[in-house]
Design a protein around this ligand. Sequence first.
Ligand SMILES: Cc1ncc(COP(=O)(O)O)c(C=O)c1O
Length: 467
Amino acid sequence: MALHRKAPHSHDIQTAARGAIDPIFARAGELAGAAKHELPAEGMRPDTAYQVVHDELMLDGNARLNLATFVTTWMEPQAQQLMAETFDKNMIDKDEYPRTADLEMRCVNMLARLWHSPDGEEATGTSTTGSSEAAMLGGMALKWRWRERMRKAGKPTDSPNMVMGINVQVCWEKFCRYWDIEMRLVPMEGDRFHLDAAEAVKQCDENTIGVIPVLGSTFDGSYEPVEEICAALDQLQADTGLDVPVHVDGASGAFVAPFLDPNVMWDFRLPRVQSINASGHKYGLVYPGVGWVVWRNPEALPEDLVFRVNYLGGEMPTFSLNFSRPGNQIVAQYYNFIRLGFDGYRRVQQAARDVATYVSAKVASMGPFQLITDGSELPVFAFALKPEITNYTVFDVSRMMREKGWLIPAYRFPANREDLAALRIVVKNGFTRDLADFLVDDLATSVEYLKRVEGSLPAEPGEGFHH
Ligand SMILES: Cc1ncc(COP(=O)(O)O)c(C=O)c1O
């Protein structure tokens, strides 16, 4: 056997190697912790900065297990690649990026037709940052038109109001507050958890700029009866002459109903529907943030709300609250439209609805829960604890599920059903049948544990969920 001798130190090589090895978590940027509240005097290597930020974000919830959000949490790799290739496109630079502008125009056309814009009507629309901006634009058009009507009639224009169910998403509250409009909210009553025709009409008068039915409700995924509301408003016009327009908040439903519920009348087939908003980043299946708003015809969108930007040596009309906006979500929306087509969207939404109704049936049979909705409209359902369950709450269930990684919001319903506290599950593309089974198992285990709780668990500060 050979004998080996200890070799002399090779100092230079070791020193050089130390610089190259530079272990990532022992570097300056990692050792001191990242700056939190003041711009650091000096920066750090890009891979160190990446690691610092990446590691902090590990503590966020897992988006695929986020059953609270309506917003897309999975897109296919080709869409991600296209989005990464177009991060640098500013949507407002129509002249510089005419192809991106053209994709937006094509998406508006496809949506107008999907929502049954009648032949002969020149529907007009735009992309937005989401349904909130789309709602602002739709609401402004209603306000401008109402003001014009009142001015022409020589009537005061200082007290506009808007009629909607109390279940509307907070974007409508923002719209009314920012644009000085009285919000006429129809409360819930008994088992009615959203707006209905009779209550909507009762709230209308000559200062009503519009009625906002929601397809479907953020609270429980149910569709509001747009057709009945429009019919009741037709009757109101026949009886009193009041002509109250309708804007449909189709944030989620405008990408679900056309594919799964062709017989539900909620869109431009109803002449009273003047405009529709939808979130491309919800059931439109695009990562945040893109929304859409389409008006029935140019008359529904007052000309003085429109601004013009340069486009191919001419001008392109625009209507938006922002100037700069990412263009890549529009690219991704167009990708989805040509990638999936009508049938692809139908299959994706049907799969989501199937999983939603599957899980809701399991939840209903578990024992302690009662369903408020079952996921057969939006693939979303809400459920509460039966009244006899008094030793734990839906907030405890939500907390226990969070410990297992599931994000399921618990919240109290608004007036007049503040007595009702519920959990809500939003099923989206990518929430598979397997994941659904794991969820049901974890819910059953949580409930089994909570059953044994004596007395009540302490409530956490700020408990609740904001829609
Ligand atoms: C019915 C409804 N309208 C509007 C919005 C706001 O949409 P966005 O998040 O796209 O601004 C939501 C969001 O959940 C919603 O459910």
